[in-house]
Design a protein around this ligand. Structure first.
Ligand code: KE4
Length: 423
């Protein structure tokens, strides 16, 4: 596979941007090889500037559930762009998207559009702190909620309940209000609430965790979070930036959070995210209330247009989620059949990941204990055969409506060859 043009483009990009990228994971630093520079994408395929074609299971990290350059989305955007790209003023498009979101998430009685998942979770935390007048928050190790300071925090050392900054630039003062616990650890949750439940403003959780590879909630984990937050007057925030619109988490687990954060698919590939929940909580957000949050490009007409078209297709396509879930299971069955080493293949709707481990992965430590070397070799062997996967064991893969049986056959064949390279 020739990647010369990408290599040259990468060297030039490094002169202008940290690591030559605008988001770290794209640098392929986890897999010691250069990233392909992309020229375009269509359906389930993505194409680099060296002319290589790949079957894409990254899907821009989740947004491209319809596949790339969906005809209806593109046609709507072409019309919208002729009407201007940003007004900084209210439009009916925002209300239309909010109405469509509510069809999926009726618990979002009132919502606010923002431009990224980071903004969505950062704002939801501010609302929780403003509404409860409390300062501490609980997150889970291995969950990623964007890069706002309060959420770039690791577990405190030893018995310390307060967190430690996970990035330079995050102050100790900020980190001390974040408590980071192991995912799926019910005892740890109950213990911390018994210790300082009255000080906790919110628990934020990925109800289906996609940032340590795909890790599913164990029995009673989410229900415990709902019970303790209700008991101590804290809010429960579901970060569905990644899982949103792929799995109906509330229906699957029968749990309604107080606030929900959405991103990725809501904007159909354009910058858009949202947070929202109970009206009594959200009516405290400016200008209705005193909790401030704003954004120049929030509700941008192009992002609204792409989001509206995308969600409308999800609504109008019979059994969309069920069919995509079944297709995902079929692909994973194929990969499992050709695996020559122990692997775990967790799936949630059209989200999936592959751990090189002989044990089920239920938290970050178990994900980190998987065989990274085997992952790296397998990843490179798959890339060389035109299969575009996430360059990190700690990411999740996504299927789109554009993936075909032919894509699956090619992917399983490539996987069989890639497993041979591990022998
Ligand atoms: P953004 O700020 O990147 O739009 O969203 C942050 C975010 C929030 N919550 C969850 C559950 C997320 O998965 C994300 C972002 N996901 C990563 C993928 N692991 C985006 C890829 C990247 O950082 O480049």
């Amino acid at each position: 596979m020739n990647l010369e043009k990408s290599a040259a483009a990468f060297e030039l990009a490094k002169k202008f941007m940290p690591g030559g990228v605008n988001s770290p994971v794209r640098s392929y630093s986890n897999v010691d090889c250069n990233p392909p520079f992309i020229s375009h994408a269509k359906g389930s395929k993505i194409f680099d500037i060296d002319g290589n074609a790949y079957i894409d299971f990254v899907g821009s990290w989740g947004p491209m559930i319809l596949g790339h350059a969906n005809e209806k989305v593109v046609a709507a955007l072409k019309k919208a762009v002729e009407r201007g790209t940003s007004y900084g003023a209210p439009t009916e498009l925002e209300t239309k998207l909010a109405q469509l979101v509510q069809k999926f998430y009726p618990a979002m009685e009132v919502m606010r559009m923002v431009n990224s998942g980071t903004e969505s979770t950062m704002s939801a935390l501010r609302v929780a702190r403003g509404f409860t007048r409390r300062e501490k928050i609980v997150k889970f190790i291995g969950c990623y909620h964007g890069h706002s300071d309060s959420l770039l925090v690791n577990a405190g050392s030893g018995a310390a309940t307060f967190g430690e900054p996970s990035s330079p630039g995050v102050t100790v003062g900020t980190a001390k209000d974040t408590i980071a616990l192991p995912y799926n650890d019910i005892d740890a949750v109950e213990k911390i609430f018994a210790e300082c439940g009255e000080q906790i403003a919110a628990v934020i959780v990925e109800p289906v965790a996609g940032n340590m590879g795909l890790v599913l909630p164990e029995e009673k984990f989410l229900q415990t979070l709902r019970n303790v937050t209700k008991k101590f007057g804290a809010l429960l925030i579901f970060d569905e930036v990644m899982s949103g619109f792929r799995i109906n988490v509330q229906k699957k687990f029968q749990i309604t959070p107080d606030l929900i954060c959405l991103g990725k698919i809501i904007g159909g590939g354009l910058p858009c995210a949202a947070y929202g929940g109970k009206a009594e909580i959200m009516r405290n957000v400016s200008p209705d209330g005193k909790i401030y949050q704003a954004g120049t490009l929030s509700g941008n007409p192009l992002a609204m247009t792409a989001g509206i078209e995308t969600l409308q297709i999800l609504i109008d396509t019979p059994n969309f989620t069920e069919n995509l879930t079944a297709k995902t299971a079929k692909l994973l069955d194929g990969i499992k059949k050709v695996a020559s080493v122990p692997i775990q293949t967790p799936q949630a709707g059209s989200m999936f990941s592959i751990f090189f481990s002989d044990k089920k992965v239920t938290n970050y430590d178990e994900s980190a204990a998987a065989n990274q070397l085997q992952f790296k070799k397998w990843f490179i062997a798959m890339l060389r055969q035109g299969i575009y996967l996430a360059p990190s064991q700690f990411e999740t893969l996504f299927l789109s409506a554009a993936h075909t049986d032919e894509d699956f056959e090619k992917t399983v064949d490539a996987a069989k060859n890639a497993f041979k390279e591990l022998d």
